[in-house]
Design a protein around this ligand. Structure first.
Ligand code: 8OZ
Length: 375
């Protein structure tokens, strides 16, 4: 039986052979923030759409030194990093794949030891996130540690950060060989910090009302669209995730407003984390109507692909695309241990379970040594 999950779909300028995307996954394998041959092999293993992902979304990639919040995360703000990414995208394209780069500024989810000049991390407001970041000590041992106290951005510092997103987007597409970029608007990082009332207590035009709190994210997305085109731009959001200590008092009207503003931009896709990132699909005390958010986008003329993510297995993925609830499904953790995830879903084969100890940091083990069924 041929099923919709394995049928082609247009995403921006690309025609993807299936509806299976690889979600962005932080793996902390880029010492010095420079992408390397090991990463090229890892992504290439998952890039053949017949067996793996029709679209790979890269791990979160820092748009600037200030945007860094975790050790050994890649960047794309200098030429060494862009050259590093070039070998990754070349390997992915050689395997028949397509790849977007996730543009990331962590905001307050950082540590002064990871910041230029050991400065305090920046945020909409000086409110520390009760969460952890990943540091590597002098002996090369990695571990999670509480975030530092952030400082509130001055209003006149904001345009430079928006500009950093646009420059990174152009570099990703024009120099590093990516097929497009995804703005990381989810999981309690900088754009999400501006968006949500729990992290934004500003009294200027970037805080308070829905329109003001959405301003930063919309400025970033518009700047990226101006840089690389809407057809090469996606946005990832997480309306109710508690990740990184983020919350909003009333997310439904906030995200429906965001959708109406995004609709005219011609984006390639909207990528929605449903529920708690990497956890339950329903978050206690945080109900959310995803269908109503999607309707707000479509009724305002938004035509981007609708990508859903979080906790999907084969059955739920088939349900999502066959019901029309989603156009694509992004799988995160399943892609760690199943480089041939699409082949396994097609056969209804069992999925391998990833090893926790090697998810964040380490070398080849737990990274490129998960076999495909046919190996
Ligand atoms: C897990 C560990 C570190 C970072 C996210 C980029 O949540 C991340 C991330 C996830 O979006």
């Amino acid at each position: 039986m041929s099923r919709l999950l394995f049928s082609p779909i247009r995403v921006g300028t690309l025609t993807l052979p299936s509806r299976i995307a690889m979600a962005p996954l932080t793996r902390n394998r880029a010492p010095g923030a420079v992408p390397n041959a090991l990463m090229a092999e890892y992504y290439a293993q998952r890039a053949d759409p017949a067996r793996g992902a029709a679209l790979i979304i890269s791990e979160g990639t820092a748009i600037s030194p200030q945007g860094q919040g975790y050790a050994d995360v890649p960047g794309l703000y200098d030429s060494t990093q862009l050259d590093g990414w070039k070998q990754v995208t070349r390997a992915v394209h050689a395997a028949g794949g397509r790849m977007f780069c996730q543009l990331w500024h962590v905001g307050r989810v950082s540590h002064h030891l990871l910041q230029p000049g050991n400065a305090d991390p920046v945020a909409p407001s000086a409110i520390r996130a009760n969460t952890r970041t990943y540091l590597v000590d002098g002996e090369g041992q990695g571990g999670f540690t509480p975030t530092s106290e952030p400082r509130a951005l001055q209003r006149d510092e904001i345009p430079a950060i928006v500009h950093d997103f646009a420059v990174a987007a152009r570099s990703a597409v024009e120099s590093a060989g990516f097929d497009g970029v995804e703005v990381h608007g989810a999981n309690g990082y900088l754009p999400d910090q501006f968006l949500k009332s729990g992290a934004n207590q500003r009294s200027d035009d970037y805080g308070g009302s829905i329109a003001n709190r959405a301003r930063f994210m919309l400025e970033v997305v518009r700047a990226v669209v101006d840089a690389v085109g809407g057809a090469r731009t996606g946005l990832r959001i997480s309306p109710v995730t508690p990740a990184n200590d983020i919350h909003d008092a009333d997310p439904q009207p906030l995200f429906e407003y965001l959708m109406r503003e995004l609709a005219p931009l011609g984006l390639a896709y909207i990528h929605v984390i449903e529920g708690a990132t990497g956890g339950p699909r329903e978050v206690e005390g945080r109900p959310f109507d995803y269908a109503a958010m999607k309707t707000a986008y479509r009724e305002a003329g938004g035509q981007g692909a609708w990508i859903v993510n979080n906790g999907y297995d084969g059955a739920l993925a088939h349900e999502a695309v066959e019901s029309g609830r989603a156009d694509l499904v992004a799988f995160g953790k399943p892609f760690i241990a199943n480089p041939d995830l699409a082949a396994r879903l097609r056969r209804g084969a069992a999925l391998a379970v990833p090893e926790r100890a090697t998810m964040y940091g380490g070398g080849a083990h737990g990274y490129i040594d998960y076999p495909a069924l046919d190996d």
